[in-house]
Design a protein. Structure first.
Length: 108
């Protein structure tokens, strides 16, 4: 009987401490990244608030071209810092873009 009570206690404790992914909230997180420069964008990096910087795409974006990125994620994050990298280590960045409220980021 004591083992059964301890087992239920531990199961309850585990349920309280194990994070579960957020339920999808139905918000649109598709962002068009538009290259408004005469140079190709080589890659785009992004970082959600509290997250690590990671490569979002290594598909080049041609001058005056664009690419659509879906930022759907298990945490339902909306706010990102984005960096577009050009040849020669040149970068263009935007801080705290809300991909749930904006549908386009124009790289200048």
């Amino acid at each position: 009987m004591n083992r059964l009570i301890i087992a239920f206690f531990l199961m309850g404790l585990t349920a309280c401490t194990t994070p579960s992914p957020a339920e999808p909230d139905g918000r649109n997180r598709v962002l068009d990244i538009v290259n408004d420069t005469p140079l190709p964008v080589l890659r785009v990096y992004g970082k959600a608030q509290g997250g690590r910087r990671s490569v979002i795409t290594e598909a080049p974006i041609a001058p005056r071209g664009y690419i659509s990125i879906n930022f759907a994620n298990p945490a339902n994050a909306c706010v990102y810092d984005l960096v577009a990298e050009f040849q020669g280590e040149r970068e263009a960045a935007t801080i705290s873009i809300d991909v749930c409220a904006h549908s386009v980021w124009r790289v200048h």
